[in-house]
Design a protein around this ligand. Structure first.
Ligand SMILES: NC(=O)c1ccc[n+]([C@@H]2O[C@H](COP(=O)([O-])OP(=O)(O)OC[C@H]3O[C@@H](n4cnc5c(N)ncnc54)[C@H](OP(=O)(O)O)[C@@H]3O)[C@@H](O)[C@H]2O)c1
Length: 328
């Protein structure tokens, strides 16, 4: 899908490059990039064939060729940078984690609603063909009643000095970077969370390196999430119902395959789904943003803003319990 909307990329870091490539793969139009450093903006623009390069984020959000701003800075700065774009009247796609706290998420959502601009958390996995197919299977009742989600997101990330991942002022930690995918998956299939039990390993600076949580969902379902930025893990997820299960292959938080099984199937999968598309798959969330804006919707029904805030509040509580457990 391609529309005339111009994308403005705010921050020329790692994920911004991946998104720029997928915008192009999906036939979307990158209009401008903004960086704190003008030279970095120009190099990024030249590498990705983007017509305008701005020094400073104010210049980016003021650019009339930009309709939608993609915020790709550390999550500690998402609120500040989103507010800049909202003030300028731009629509927004904001990298996960949306903010660093539930209160900040609510503040951002309130500002966007007041201004009347579109905002969506860039939980790109929800828009991947695999997740679309999994939701369709669940909606069709193929799993019976969904009662359990189990998800692990564990990677050995670069935690050397200077990494944003171990820097408290940049929102460092495994939960906000990796655990968010697990919590979001559980929330998508089991709904609001009523009770939380969590524990984790938190360093002296207050940054969580790994953790685990059991979530009791208001509808009666249970989920178990584990996350780590210093060990490898299964990176699998299962969505289990009373009549079957969907097993998402590693890495469940990216474009991956699933198998659907039923009790009577033993080792035989009832269905296998393998995605076929070009690129990393971030173009599907861009298509959703453009579809919503074209339809005059200010949020996505697949990643609603109240759900993003609710997920952030679950993560607030997990973070608190991880700190308490680590002290204990
Ligand atoms: N969707 C995904 O698969 C995925 C993957 C990785 C990360 N992410 C998310 O994307 C966001 C950025 O992560 P990243 O890995 O791309 O980080 P990164 O490589 O460190 O890039 C972040 C960029 O933010 C800008 N920035 C603005 N203020 C900053 C500050 N005070 N300190 C450092 N950088 C600052 C910098 O760009 P300029 O200097 O050019 O302005 C920097 O290059 C995070 O929220 C992360 O969770 C998403």
């Amino acid at each position: 899908m391609s529309t005339s909307l111009g994308w403005g990329i705010l921050g020329a870091g790692g994920i911004a490059g991946a998104f720029a490539r997928d915008l192009s793969t999906g036939g979307h139009r990158a209009a401008a990039v903004g960086s704190r450093d003008g030279e970095r903006a120009r190099a990024f623009a030249s590498k990705h064939g983007i017509p305008a390069a701005h020094e400073g984020y104010e210049a980016l959000v003021s650019d009339p060729s930009v309709d939608v701003v993609y915020v790709a800075t550390p999550h500690s700065h998402h609120l500040e940078h989103a507010l800049l774009a909202i003030e300028a009247g731009k629509h927004l796609l904001i990298e996960k984690a949306f903010t660093t706290t539930g209160d900040d998420a609510q503040r951002l959502v309130d500002a966007a609603r007041e201004k009347g601009v579109f905002v969506m958390e860039a939980m790109w996995t929800r828009f991947l063909p695999t997740m679309v197919a999994a939701r369709e299977r669940v909606a069709a009742g193929d799993l019976g009643e969904v009662v359990s989600v189990v998800a692990d997101h564990s990677q050995m990330l670069d935690l050397s000095p200077g990494s944003r991942l171990i820097e408290p002022s940049l929102g460092g930690g495994a939960l906000l970077d990796l655990g968010v995918y697990c919590v979001s998956l559980a929330h998508a299939f089991l709904g609001p969370v009523a009770r939380i039990r969590a524990a984790g390993v938190v360093d002296d600076a207050g940054v969580d390196h790994r953790g685990a949580a059991i979530l009791e969902h208001a509808g009666g379902g249970m989920s178990t999430v584990t996350f780590s930025m210093e060990t490898l893990g299964s990176n699998r997820a299962t969505i289990a119902g009373t009549e079957g299960v969907i097993e998402l292959d590693p890495s469940f938080y990216g474009s991956t395959a699933y198998r659907r099984r039923h009790e009577s199937d033993h080792d035989e999968a009832a269905e296998s789904f393998t995605p076929e598309h070009e690129g990393r798959g971030m173009q599907f969330q861009a298509a959703e943003v453009e579809r919503c804006i074209a339809a005059g919707q200010l949020e996505s029904p697949t990643m609603p803003l109240d759900e993003t805030v609710a997920i952030m509040r679950v993560m607030d509580e997990i973070a608190t319990q991880m700190r308490d457990s680590s002290r204990g």
